[in-house]
Write a protein that binds this ligand. Structure first.
Ligand code: ADP
Ligand code: MG
Length: 707
């Protein structure tokens, strides 16, 4: 794209959603009764009759063909965390040498991909290779690269979920059911449905594509496994919100357009903390659609990057020593009457409703903190969560001073003085309208209240946002149920008193999770331990919690996961962790043995030749610089040789068919430690070798080459 094009006006309303079979298209093209039936299915999740599906399919096909599509695919989200697709063309031979273009209701609502190569964690034996994909009408179909994409859920022959969408939809139902009951109890009778809403701020790195291609670690693992730090990192804090470089701005412009066409509401873009790191935030949407749109966003980021001669890195920790990338999961609950339940509101009635939902969230996050930690555990994200970087592995909640004051007044019955200087007593159930500005920023908190929503910051940049939201929705549903059960039979006259008593009890029990201080500090680690909070540093530490009785009880009660679905996920996540580190180990060994060593040897040879040459010309020359450099390189070479052998032998030892947890622990304790040791020597040596001897680009080149 040229600069002229970038500068030219874009008719955003015209391109926005132009490749989406959205409500506008359906209203315009579907017969009225069919449109109504589809709307009902979307709203209530009711069953869609086959004749209705047939009509929708025919209309969808014609629309898709008009927009250049030749194929359709059921688009689903298997447990790899990525998306999957298998394209079928619309053609149907007529028998006389010709074809017609066909797409039936049956093809729209159900697909039967061979599921045997997707992770199932033992849920599906290979002889039962069949899996089903089922149309999810609540997420609109769209066209990409000449194919009609139909968002679907993916399950096994026996009906067990093999994907991330199915449990997400189940958890959305669970929280809706529980929230509606509580709202009715509080006198808010019009609400019949609530949706959880998500806005996920996506961080990413861009680097020059040619540089990217020269690094096996980036190509195969998505992160650098070796590399001495550049003389400059992020210490100057000059990149955050900095001026966009012209070529990067062109990329972002192009990305926005592609996303808008797909109906993804890309809204904010800026430079992030680390050099070459950026962020894109969308306008929030219903959880299910937001998850799909985040997957599309990640895909488009990579695709558009390629066009602009960049590589987009979504790994949580592509570079050591500079910030990694996360995905802030902004989460709230909104009613079908258009009310955000986490907005403090302006009136007393809204206040009490807000406090009930606030306490449900605080309690849920405290009790199920371990499951939230599990939901963001991957080999990649562990580099952020376990390390000294945003945010820590300990899950705590930041509510800000104002809300902390409100909670304190619930706790001790004292009057609350707002920053607006109004004195308010909890007795009157009054709460000032908490404006977004009065909640201060706390960048170190993993779970922060930001005015009218919570922001879960532990999500990794490469992850599907489905998992954390499944846990959040279900855990909050559980606490809403407990609140309902406690209050449902309380007579009207004592309702207020009982409700306040309950809020105080919940606060007493769960206030240990509230923390407004510095989440990175050593003191917090100790304090959290005193408070009995989890500090699950790595995936192998966290994963057993997924199959604990506590977890099984929660998820089965709310019909989000069956026990075997949980067990299968447990196996898959552990295996995935071990496999990831295994590949990293092999890649690192190859890169050190071949690429790094060739650079090292040629530099050593150059130094030696230089010394020989110098001494023949100047017999008395000491060649101190050369010999000191050679000496240090020799010391490091020996250490590299030893640690490379150790990594090699230990990786061979790894028992990949044994118990999944045991294996994952081994990869964590032994292989990762070996890799760290090897890396430290390689990096020391690399820092002494001139760039021209290295067959791969250095940190300095990769991080500071964007224009
Ligand atoms: P902040 O400055 O606190 O990061 P922004 O307004 O920039 O807040 O929003 C950050 C993200 O939060 C955006 O993706 C936005 O759409 C999302 N967001 C805002 N309100 C809600 C809500 N009610 N539910 C879910 N996400 C929300
Ligand atoms: Mg934010």
């Amino acid at each position: 794209m040229s600069m002229e094009e970038t500068g030219s006006t874009v008719n955003i309303p015209e391109i926005y959603g132009s490749l989406v079979f959205d409500d506008r298209v359906m209203r315009e093209r579907l017969p009225k009764d069919v449109y109504r039936a589809v709307r009902k299915t979307i709203k209530d999740g009711s069953h869609l009759e086959l004749d209705v599906a047939n009509t929708v399919a025919a209309v969808m096909k014609n629309w898709a063909i008009e927009h250049g599509a030749t194929h359709f695919t059921h688009w689903f989200q298997p447990l790899t965390g990525l998306t999957a697709e298998k394209h079928d063309s619309f053609i149907s031979p007529t028998g006389d040498g010709g074809v017609v273009l066909d797409f039936s209701g049956k093809e729209l609502v159900k697909g039967e991909p061979d599921a045997s190569s997707f992770p199932s964690g033992g849920l599906r034996a290979t002889f039962e290779a069949r899996g089903y994909t089922a149309w999810d009408p609540s997420s609109p179909a769209f066209i990409k690269d000449g194919t009609l994409y139909i968002p679907t859920a993916f399950c096994s022959y026996g009906g067990e979920a093999l994907d991330k969408k199915t449990p997400l939809l189940r958890s959305m139902e669970a929280i809706s059911k529980s929230a509606v009951r509580v709202l009715h109890l509080l006198g808010n009778e019009e609400v019949t449905h609530v949706d959880t809403t998500i806005g996920s701020e996506q961080e990413y790195f861009l680097i020059d594509k040619d540089l990217y291609k020269q690094r096996k670690d980036l190509l195969l693992c998505g992160r650098t496994l070796i590399g001495a730090p550049a003389p400059k990192g992020q210490e100057m804090e000059d990149h955050y919100f900095g001026v966009l470089k012209p070529k990067v701005a062109e990329y972002m412009h192009d990305l926005d357009q592609e996303l808008w066409k797909l109906g993804v509401p890309a809204k904010t873009k800026h430079n992030e903390v680390a050099p070459s790191q950026h962020e894109l935030a969308p306008v929030f949407e219903t959880a299910n659609v937001a998850v799909d749109h985040n997957q599309l966003t990640m895909e488009m980021m990579k695709k558009v990057a390629d066009k602009h001669n960049y590589a987009c890195l979504l790994h949580e920790k592509p570079f050591e020593g500079v910030n990694g990338s996360g995905k802030h999961n902004n989460w709230s609950i909104s009613t079908n009457t258009g009310v955000n339940l986490l907005d403090p509101g302006a009136t007393p009635a809204e206040n009490i409703q807000f406090l009930v939902f606030l306490m449900a969230v605080i309690s849920a996050v405290d009790e199920y903190a371990d499951l939230l930690r599990v939901s963001v555990a991957t080999a990649g994200n562990d580099h952020r969560l376990g390390a000294n970087e945003a945010p820590p592995a300990i899950i705590s909640i930041f509510v800000g001073d104002e809300l902390e004051g409100v909670l304190k007044s619930i706790d001790d019955g004292t009057a609350f003085v707002s920053q607006g200087k109004t004195k308010l007593g909890m007795g009157a159930a009054v709460l000032p309208h908490i404006t977004r500005d009065s909640t201060d920023r706390n960048r170190t908190s993993p779970f922060a209240f930001t005015g009218n929503k919570f922001e879960f910051r532990s999500v990794g940049s490469a992850l599907s946002v489905a998992d954390p939201n499944i846990v959040l929705n279900t855990a909050v549903a559980e606490y809403l149920d407990r609140i309902y059960d406690r209050l449902k039979d309380v007579p009207k006259e004592s309702f207020d008193t009982e409700l306040k008593k309950l809020l105080k009890e919940l606060l007493d029990e769960h206030k240990r999770v509230l923390f407004n201080g510095d989440g990175y500090s050593e003191e917090w680690v100790k304090e959290a331990e005193r408070r009995g909070l989890y500090n699950l540093k790595s995936l192998p530490d966290a994963m057993p919690h997924l199959v604990s009785e506590h977890s099984v009880d929660l998820f089965t009660k709310h019909k989000v996961f069956t026990k075997s679905e949980l067990e299968s996920r447990y196996e898959i996540f552990l295996e995935n962790y071990s496999k990831t580190i295994h590949i990293e180990s092999l890649t690192m060994q190859e890169m050190v043995r071949k690429d790094f060593t060739s650079g090292l040897l040629s530099y050593e040879k150059a130094l030696t030749d230089e010394m020989i040459g110098k001494k023949s010309l100047l017999p008395g020359a000491k060649c101190k610089l050369e010999s000191d450099t050679l000496g240090t390189l020799e010391t490091e070479s020996e250490a590299i040789d030893a640690s490379l052998s150790k990594l090699h032998d230990d990786t061979k030892e790894a028992e990949r068919d044994g118990d999944a947890l045991h294996t994952a622990r081994y990869y964590h304790d032994t292989i990762l430690a070996d890799m760290t040791e090897l890396r430290s020597h390689v990096d020391t040596a690399e820092a002494m070798i001139p760039e021209c001897y290295l067959p791969y680009p250095t940190y300095g080149e990769m991080l500071f080459s964007l224009r």
